[in-house]
Design a protein around this ligand. Structure first.
Ligand SMILES: [Zn+2]
Length: 233
């Protein structure tokens, strides 16, 4: 099994599906986080955008190490994403290289334009990666299933379809998250408190200590899908 989690900014993949990713990694599956941008424009007052980009990439590497996953940060600019052929082809090529069975990404409705664009880019890349008619560096076509996960900025219409018990992974998830400056220090949102509480609330509803959730993708004939592979892990 191979799992990829694609987020708009360093930190999104981790907060949305870090505990799930760790669960898959612990079970011996290959997990890759793909960040379309570093999310560098939320820089602290005393750090430049360029320096914060470097800091966030280093933080993402530390988080990935703790969770036992790979991490890739693309060089697109925070808050300047567009959904165009270039980025769709680049993500499609990356998906042919990673060959994930499952891709987890943002839900389609968000207060952050980059998050909505990430959703669109991953959806469009799925088709390009899967169709043999597209030549992407000579790589063989690869098709993957898409799920969405829970991000405080993307909650409009997000009703979970799948609850995953991450009781045994949650402490490591929180430890990993604490390596991001913004998660511990943001003055605009209490990230750490929110995601600790969210895992607790989802765990209550799932009758376990901690849980993270997924939502099936929409459109076509996939409005309702099967359970995520390895769900019983
Ligand atoms: Zn984000």
């Amino acid at each position: 099994m191979k799992l990829a989690v694609v987020g708009a900014h360093c930190g999104d993949a981790e907060i949305q599906a870090g505990a799930i990713a760790h669960k898959y990694a612990k079970a011996g599956h290959e997990v890759t986080f793909v960040h379309l941008t570093a999310g560098e424009k939320g820089n602290p007052p005393n750090i430049s955008v360029d320096d914060y980009r470097e800091q966030k990439i280093k933080e993402s590497e530390k988080v990935a190490e703790i969770l036992g996953v790979k991490t890739i940060t693309l060089d697109y600019k925070d808050a300047e994403l567009t959904c165009n052929d270039e980025i769709v082809m680049r993500v499609a090529t990356l998906m042919r290289e990673i060959k994930p069975n499952v891709v987890i990404t943002h839900w389609k409705n968000s207060i952050h334009p980059d998050h909505e664009l990430c959703y669109e880019i991953v959806q469009a890349a799925q088709l390009k990666a899967g169709l043999p008619g597209f030549d992407l560096n000579g790589l063989p076509p690869h098709y993957y299933g898409i799920y969405h996960s829970e991000n405080w900025e993307d909650m409009d219409g997000y009703d979970p379809d799948v609850y995953i018990d991450v009781s045994d992974e949650f402490d490591t998830y929180l430890e990993a998250l604490s390596n991001y400056w913004f998660i511990m220090n943001s003055s605009s949102f209490r990230y750490y408190d929110y995601y600790k509480a969210l895992g607790t609330v989802r765990g209550c509803l799932n009758r376990c200590k901690y849980a993270q959730t997924l939502k099936f993708t929409t459109g076509g004939n996939v409005r309702k899908g099967g359970i995520i592979p390895g769900y019983e892990l």
